[in-house]
Design a protein around this ligand. Structure first.
Ligand SMILES: Cc1cc2nc3c(=O)[nH]c(=O)nc-3n(C[C@H](O)[C@H](O)[C@H](O)COP(=O)(O)OP(=O)(O)OC[C@H]3O[C@@H](n4cnc5c(N)ncnc54)[C@H](O)[C@@H]3O)c2cc1C
Ligand SMILES: NC(=O)c1ccc[n+]([C@@H]2O[C@H](COP(=O)([O-])OP(=O)(O)OC[C@H]3O[C@@H](n4cnc5c(N)ncnc54)[C@H](OP(=O)(O)O)[C@@H]3O)[C@@H](O)[C@H]2O)c1
Length: 247
């Protein structure tokens, strides 16, 4: 059971219809980049809580989450209506193992995200860990439409700080976009486009791959990775890929 503490909304950003970032203040325990908190509202007498990855790095406040409104979902419609000053419940202790803990150093770290899974990587990328462990980091963001490509300012700050060590590859599936690869992340891996763009193979001898977001994407990419000899990473038995399913 979660140990709930009261939080207060500081700011909300509506990127487009149904797509939001929200900032809170709440005295949560320390966390590791890649972990999530639970956010809850009391709805019709029940406390409805859902996990959300933290977007802010551990050393920065306020806390921040990035989410889509699921019209049929119980939590996200009322959550997206909260304005600064509103209160909500936050789990006191962040959780999760989608971190770089125990990951072996290598040449390239690949971070693959669909939709709002971008957020978790923005936390990890703003710590020292990926840059201490890997020579290069490649962030691939797969979305439906061009206006789902958010957090441009944050990505520019990371790119400015890391220069040629950081590569961002947007992939847009439902419309043509001048700055993005077309289709799905899976299509682009199978066609070899991601590796060609980066100039390096996804290979167990040099790569670690993080997969976050849509379960179907994760399932399909896992098969591709395992065919190439990459194995699941566990803290006790280090491997080459790590996953976090949102839906
Ligand atoms: C560890 C973990 C971390 C998560 N972090 C995030 C996060 O940072 N941002 C975020 O938006 N969601 C995240 N989620 C999903 C989130 O917890 C909720 O499920 C989601 O916000 C919808 O809540 P809801 O109560 O409105 O509907 P729910 O009843 O929870 O979900 C209704 C349906 O919506 C779909 N769905 C749920 N989440 C998403 C999503 N993100 N994108 C597309 N479809 C979805 C699923 O098909 C689900 O069956 C995370 C889930 C897990 C397990
Ligand atoms: N994104 C928004 O701005 C927004 C706003 C309001 C509401 N919503 C709601 O949120 C839900 C989903 O939103 P979302 O677009 O963030 O997430 P999503 O459906 O997971 O789609 C994100 C990206 O993942 C791709 N994808 C889906 N299955 C895949 C697979 N098996 N392998 C590889 N890639 C795969 C999608 O491609 P395809 O396009 O080919 O499926 C898309 O490019 C929907 O209910 C939507 O109505 C979203």
């Amino acid at each position: 059971m979660s140990d709930w503490i009261k939080g207060r909304v500081i700011a909300k950003r509506r990127w487009k219809e149904g797509l939001y970032s929200m900032q809170f203040e709440a005295p949560i325990a320390d966390f590791t980049a890649g972990q999530f908190i639970k956010v809850a509202l009391d709805i019709d007498g029940d406390r409805v809580g859902r996990p959300y990855s933290l977007v802010n790095p551990p050393h920065q406040r306020p806390l921040e989450i990035y989410f889509t409104e699921i019209p049929s979902g119980p939590l996200t419609p009322p959550l997206s209506h909260l304005d600064p000053g509103a209160s909500l419940w936050i789990s006191a202790k962040p959780n999760g193992i989608f971190t770089l803990e125990g990951v072996r150093p290598g040449r390239e770290l690949w971070m693959l995200a669909t939709g709002t899974a971008l957020g978790v990587y923005l936390s990890i990328l703003r710590t020292d860990d990926p840059w201490a462990l890997f020579e290069r980091v490649i962030l691939v963001h797969g979305v439906r439409q061009g206006d789902d490509l958010t957090y441009g300012e944050t990505l520019s700050l990371i790119a400015d700080a890391q220069r040629e060590r950081f590569t961002f590859i947007p992939v847009v599936s439902r419309e043509a976009h001048p700055a993005a690869l077309p289709g799905r992340i899976t299509d682009r891996i199978v066609a070899g486009d991601l590796e060609r763009r980066v100039g390096a193979p996804i290979d167990p001898a040099r790569s670690h791959v993080m997969l976050c977001g849509n379960s179907e994407m994760i399932k399909e990419v896992k098969v591709i990775l395992e065919t190439r000899g990459l194995t699941r990473h566990r803290r006790q038995t280090p491997g080459h890929y790590t996953t976090e399913h949102y839906h």
